[in-house]
Design a protein around this ligand. Sequence first.
Ligand code: HEM
Length: 457
Amino acid sequence: MARRTANGREADGADAELPSETPPGPDGLPVLGNVRDLVADPRGFYEEMSEYGDVVSYSVPRMDFCTVLHPELVERVLVTDNDAFEKFGFEDLGGDFMSEGLLLAEGEQWQRQRLAAQEAFTPERIRTYGEAMGRYAEEMVDGWTDGDVVELDRAFSRLTLRILSRSLFDLELAADAEVVTEMAAAINDRGDLDGVSTFVPMWVPTPRNRRFRRAASTFEEFVDDLVAERRGSTDAYDDLLASLMAAREDGGDLSEAELRDSMATFLFAGHETTSLALTYLVLLVAQHDDVRDCLDEEYATVLGGRRPAVEDLPDLEYTGRVVDETLRLYPPAYILFRTAREDVELGGYRIPAGTNVTLPQFFVHTDERWYDDPGTFDPDRWTDGFEDSLPEYAYFPFGGGPRHCIGMRFAMQELKTVVPTVLQRVEFELVSDPDPELDMAITLRPSDPVRATVRER
Ligand code: HEM
């Protein structure tokens, strides 16, 4: 088997070139491994691991893990040596749900789907989604009255889902949103790091697994109906679903399962992440009057009360920095997962084939080696000079390499459109804890709803 050397070059069968030592790490209990520490305090657990270096081993039941804490090594895994790693097999956590969708597919199947989906994500195409992004945000605000207490995460979740369904599937989802939000909640619940049951395989009928199965099958029916409706329609569509349905490889469409899993993937990957980013941004801005003042100044200069059009977005520089800083402190996809396909060298250690590798954004993004005062929310740190000096993979909220987020441009446009639209019209006074407890689930989400009182401006 081809093996990799320290500089990523392949060396056929040259086992001797690979170090023999595997990464050090904290001792765990037999069988349970380090799962108790990981579950009790994930951040503390990562702090402890970092004392062992930049490549650290740990284990959870049935699986060996190693975490990578240095930007250069993150780059190796995502970019330089990406073909030595595959996506972590979430089959263990999620059954076969979404396994044939873009996020989890591998090899030829992934390539075919990525190519088919790419058309819906060209800069020109994304610009056409701008109007719906602003209009739906405005409609959300129209529905609020001065003094209302809103649950920000729920409100933004509904908004981003509406934007996504309209942009990518030409679909008004309001009536069916429950199906999708319940599915998103079940996926997160299944992946929640709150107990040993997370590591129980899907086929064991725990209440959590049963809830997941129920939500997944309702969701699959919903998507199947949508695809069937499209197939039976003579209308011409010009959206992601149309691109996916038209995708041909060797004369064949994407299979039903691939279509269904791709729809599920886009609805899930695109709405929860963006809605969390909006929630955290509002949470942070509500606590920083100086940042709010700078945003107001930018909006007065660039927009004068108008909803932003896509042409305005490049001028909303400060808003861009606030978004970047929010994604640094609260990266929604806070850990990326890979599995080594073959024995590989990282940071001077041998990573045996089959080891699961985690790339913890939340940890790397707040490492004092790259960021001064890393826990402070400071949008002004994002000067051109600072960005130039930052190691490339010290900041990777959208991942990197061939599997980087296909929706990055979509998400940035959405955030830079929704934020000014909402903040020009209202202020938020936080009702719930300004420093909320977070669940380390599939995404990094607040444990309880984030509540705020809306004040008209
Ligand atoms: C703030 C918002 C978002 C964040 C932070 C985010 C983050 C990420 C990250 C880190 C990855 C890489 C995962 C990995 O390497 O394991 C990813 C992949 C992906 N994202 Fe996003 N994302 C966001 C918004 C979106 C949106 C709006 C869409 C769709 C419209 C989307 C669709 C996807 C898909 C389909 C993939 C898989 C790509 C592939 O494997 O080829 N994301 N996202």
